[in-house]
Design a protein around this ligand. Sequence first.
Ligand code: ZN
Ligand code: ZN
Length: 251
Amino acid sequence: MHIEVDSHTHTIASGHAYSSLGENVAAAATQGIKLLAITEHGPAMPGSPHIWFFKNMRVIPRIMDGVGILRGIEANIINGKGELDVDDSLYPYLDIVLASLHEPVIEPSTKTIHTDTVIKAMSSRKIDVFAHGGNPIFPIDVDEIAKAAKAYNVLVEINNSSFTTSRPGSEKNCTSLAEAVGRHGGELTFGSDAHIACNVGRFVECIAFVERIGFPEKQILSTSSHSFMNFLQEKGKQNLEILLAQRTPSR
Ligand SMILES: [Zn+2]
Ligand SMILES: [Zn+2]
């Protein structure tokens, strides 16, 4: 299995990551990544960049070292209404919006409340990816989440860092979440959640995980940059012409 898209990465701009954009892109090129999403934390996370950072991502070339660049954000779900820390004026500048539950931003509660909160965020139609949903700090009803993800055309992320340095104990929940996505006909994406260049495009644990549970490769969107671009286009993302022009089917 080869992964062409890394849908979740951070640079030094996130405040607690350690590599530059150029270093991340070079690492992505080395790993054979064709599409790299730059997804710094949204403003509710301490140390995250100012809104101008996100609006000014248009200065980043669309293609660097042969790698297509997606201008993204890892938004925070900030309350039980499923609202995000993304100003409405920012969406036209973004190619991809991840939504996450983070302890410094929203207090862990009950499984029912987490599930309801995430489904409300999905139903807003503002998000493209639900990130690191296997976090045991924020248990969710995996069937309800998988059904909503399918209904609202949201990708469910399997986060490589959840198997290495972050969110210990995620694997069991990732298994039940991925299996639910498989049952309900949704799609996964892989995010390295790299906070340093050497982890960009590195999916050793994600690949071993899906092989172990027998998850169908055709339901992993990040195996194809072509399919990933089609997904973004279907979701109405603008200003993707240069990336769309270079897409070539690989599966
Ligand atoms: Zn996160
Ligand atoms: Zn992240």
